[in-house]
Design a protein around this ligand. Structure first.
Ligand SMILES: NC(=O)c1ccc[n+]([C@@H]2O[C@H](COP(=O)([O-])OP(=O)(O)OC[C@H]3O[C@@H](n4cnc5c(N)ncnc54)[C@H](O)[C@@H]3O)[C@@H](O)[C@H]2O)c1
Length: 254
């Protein structure tokens, strides 16, 4: 699908992966709406690029609908990329003191990393379904973000891995459900990409993770995520699949 001429939302659009995607889709000619909860950064990015920012909480229906409405006002919404983050809790299933991992932390992690992804997916799909079909009946593309932790979660990562595994599980079913509407669904499962998400200095992160990656011997770059998102949007035959973007990294147990 051609990017130019369509509108797009990038949820989590001021984060590491999100900002790179916003910049890439904007450069490719999409009318991009930055949808995030980080208002200062979002407005700054939008002002720099001359695009729109909408305060958007991915967990909330009305909030996501507002971002979608903004995008629809700019042109047919055919592209939805979800790169949002949020609080994630972790810990061993049974702690050293014998206590089980908390239920509240699990629920919160699922809320942000699975339920909110479903929220963006379903509302984006309904909006894209309203557009006129293009050649071969295609209407648009939805890109989700999972993680290689959805396949091989590390010790202490159970809630996050469960949520990301849920995103992997939704991908094919969503593509099947949406096939009569000509909407594709593809998920990207990054390995380790050097972004603010880790809350650590970029250099320290690189020193820790870089040597563990088979090749290239470094962490991933946000621009590589954005490049893949663009390829997914442009290549009509990619659908119902999760693509690992990880330099062949397989997480060890810890
Ligand atoms: N960076 C990595 O190595 C990596 C690896 C695998 C998966 N991922 C996944 O990629 C996604 C983005 O990661 P990142 O590294 O860009 O993180 P990031 O922290 O740089 O960006 C996340 C963005 O989400 C926004 N956000 C938080 N809560 C939100 C909400 N309720 N609604 C909308 N936006 C919200 C934040 O404000 C932030 O801009 C996450 O889902 C993360 O799990 C990242």
């Amino acid at each position: 699908m051609q990017i130019s001429g369509s509108s797009a939302i990038v949820v989590g659009g001021t984060g590491g992966l999100g900002e790179a995607t916003v910049r890439r889709l904007h450069a490719a000619g999409a009318k991009v709406v930055v949808a995030d909860v980080a208002d200062d950064k979002g407005k700054e990015l939008a002002t720099e690029l001359g695009i729109r920012y909408v305060h958007t909480d991915a967990t909330d229906e009305d909030s996501v609908l507002a971002a979608i409405a903004e995008a629809e006002s700019l042109g047919p919404l055919r592209i939805s990329v979800d790169t949002h983050g949020g609080p994630a809790s972790g810990g061993r299933l049974v702690g050293k003191d014998g206590s089980p991992l908390g239920l509240d932390g699990f629920r919160t992690t699922i809320e942000f990393y699975l339920t909110a992804v479903f929220n963006v997916l379903r509302l984006s799909a309904a909006a894209i379904a309203r557009t006129e079909p293009l050649e071969e009946g295609g209407r648009g593309v939805i890109v989700n973000t999972a993680s290689i932790a959805g396949y091989e979660g590390q010790i202490g990562q159970l809630p996050y891995s469960a949520a990301k595994g849920g995103v992997l599980g939704m991908t094919l079913v969503a593509a099947r459900d949406l096939s009569p509407l000509g909407i594709r669904v593809v998920t990207i499962a990054p390995g380790t990409v050097n972004t603010p998400a880790y809350g650590k200095s970029a250099d320290k992160l690189e020193q820790y993770w870089g040597p563990q990656v088979p090749f290239p011997k470094r962490m991933g770059r946000s621009t590589e995520y954005a490049q893949l998102a663009q390829s997914i949007i442009e290549n009509d035959y990619l659908n119902g699949e999760t693509i690992r973007l990880d330099g062949a990294l397989r997480f060890p147990p810890k």
